[in-house]
Design a protein around this ligand. Structure first.
Ligand SMILES: [Zn+2]
Length: 136
């Protein structure tokens, strides 16, 4: 039996106590991005177990994987940015989506800021597609 890489799913669970879904990672994700982080607080997550998905890719798992990957990449973008936020102490990337002008990290969480420095959680207005657009 041949098991493709993308059928091997490592499941990661939060150890920080945040009420978040498990993150499902493929070996590729792990190789590229390392340990997944909690979308709430940014802590590393804990390895739980490995699933082998023999019935093809489950959409639900794919979505979780994509969500985790997107958040991780945005986090990396902000952390490696040369731009300092104009509202808080820390790095930011400039965005132009809804009324937001910056994406930054507040208390370990990806946070949008508007012109007045108001904070908005990642999914206050955006969906995953919007977030993926930001990566491009
Ligand atoms: Zn957490």
């Amino acid at each position: 039996m041949i098991v493709r890489d993308e059928q091997v799913l490592t499941v990661w669970t939060s150890k920080c106590g945040c009420d978040v879904d498990d993150v499902v990672w493929t070996p590729d994700c792990y190789e590229d991005m390392g340990t997944p982080i909690c979308p709430e607080c940014g802590d590393d997550m804990t390895y739980s177990h490995t699933d082998v998905n023999l019935d093809g890719d489950s959409i639900d798992n794919e979505l979780k994987r994509l969500t985790g990957l997107t958040e991780r990449m945005l986090m990396d973008m902000v952390e490696s940015s040369d731009v300092e936020s104009t509202h808080i102490l820390g790095k930011a990337i400039e965005v132009n989506i809804f009324d937001y002008v910056e994406l930054t990290i507040v208390d370990g969480k990806l946070t949008f800021l508007d012109n007045n420095g108001q904070h908005y959680s990642l999914y206050a207005d955006c969906d995953l597609t919007d977030l993926i657009d930001l990566l491009n």
